[in-house]
Design a protein around this ligand. Sequence first.
Ligand code: FES
Length: 491
Amino acid sequence: MAILLGQPGSCWVAAATATDFPRLEGSLRADAVVVGAGIVGLTTALRLCEAGRSVVVLEGLRTGGQVTGRSTAKITTQHALIYRHLIDTVGLELAQDYADANSAGAQQIRDWVNNHAIACDLDSKDAYTYTCSESRRAEVVAEAEAARQVGLEADLLDRAPVPFETTAALRFPDQAQFNPTMYLIGLAAAVTARGGRIFENSRATSIDEASRWRVVTDGGAVDAGDVIVATNMTVKSPVGMANRTQPRCHTAMAFRIDDPRPVDGMFIGIDDPTHSIRTGRDAEGPLLVALGPKFNTGWDGDVARRFIELEKWARKNLPVGDVAWRWCNEDYDTADRIPYAGEPDPTKAAGFHIATGFNAWGITNGTVTGTMIADLICGRPSRWQKLYDPARPYPEDFHKNGRSQSIVSSTHDIAPGMGGVIVRGDEKIAAWRDTEGALRAVSATCTHKGCTVSWNNADRTWDCPCHGSIFAADGSVIHGPARKPLAQIAL
Ligand code: FES
């Protein structure tokens, strides 16, 4: 495997000052307990605190360091080609709701950044969807018409203002970009200033109902009237979410760039392979962030190759310097391209709320769904309930399980820094060598529903090809739906 350049990790997380909230120890009671300190969780928490509710937030790792911190963080109602699709499939009324909901989410972010003086590199930018192919120009034209139909300002251009050839572009003016981790740290500060309590390194190991909802971690428990599971993919839900969604990843790279002006805007291509571009910055200066095409989590045995291809594409098309950062980001697609959010089963599981399936557009959708959940808890009806209905019908053949891509015949096939899955009878062993060559092993059986994990040779993680759980090389949980680590195995 070629050596990948750049530091592993998201440039947004690297540029933010790390939070240091305590671990939960002991038992607490609150009006609401939020599981996950990403954009949905902290939006819900702040909205509830503003309404005078007592709130506890439990984060398994660090605030803003997971899915939101790995996103492209575009604050926009332009979600590639979406409005034509929504009008044609779910109708004009819901397409209108989608546009209005995401406009409200974008406005909520701007308002909170102003009201709470959150330093998060918020920058107004135009958003562009572009094609480099003459044959796909008509789709951009149709999207412009659809966007105008739902009241969005959308300009059709002959080309996108990027340093490579394009044949058509759709511009949404006055959108924005920011550093999502810095934003979430600002929201967390606003939550604690209003009496909310945040705990990090406090992973929910069980969520059960007694007279109230009880969320248990390794160090303690929280009892609350409402629980909000805001963990990207739900770690628990009365209505199964894993089979309504499909986990998918992107590769992302942040390059040093001397002058960000040649890329003035946020861009997403519709061609295959598709790319997404925006600028940003870390402590050392300006960056250009580029994303490659999506792939199903755990379905590619050579993720490192995707980074090499992305770097090659960026060097050919953009004025980039050294690779500074690289990371994979994960999200979940839904069949109708609309997230699931709200109370999935108000009759049998009242007070249990979820949000998932953001189709890679979680910044505005995550903000508006977090706001909606808080409003519903406070007894304020929300216009978006029908749009995001988490129990709406779905095509049962949408979700597909994958297979491990990492089966090897012996540990001799595993080079330093690499991992592989060895099958011994019924037992499947996920073995990896550290960079010194020492061999370690955990069970390759995912603790969610028993699929066999794949080795991600770029992030050095074990990724589940069924519902997208991600485990560190040592088996600890990075991303659910799994809540328990991979079992330790002595070789
Ligand atoms: Fe469901 Fe692994 S995430 S089986």
